[in-house]
Design a protein. Structure first.
Length: 62
């Protein structure tokens, strides 16, 4: 009988660990969403530069 009890404790511990991991993952996801919402997108700053302008700049450097 003690072996069955020990197995039940291990299973309960594993379930608790999984729940904690899920909670940590959810917290991390929320933090990342908040951080990304505050960070300006770098694509916006490059949107005004045409391919021709970039090619010309590369030619000047080379």
């Amino acid at each position: 009988m003690p072996l069955v009890f020990a197995q039940a404790q291990l299973e309960a511990g594993a379930a608790l660990k999984a729940a904690q991991t899920t909670k940590e993952e959810a917290r991390h996801s929320a933090e990342m969403q908040e951080l990304l919402a505050r960070t300006p997108e770098s694509a916006d700053s490059e949107a005004g530069v045409s391919d021709a302008e970039l090619d010309e700049a590369l030619k000047e450097v080379a």
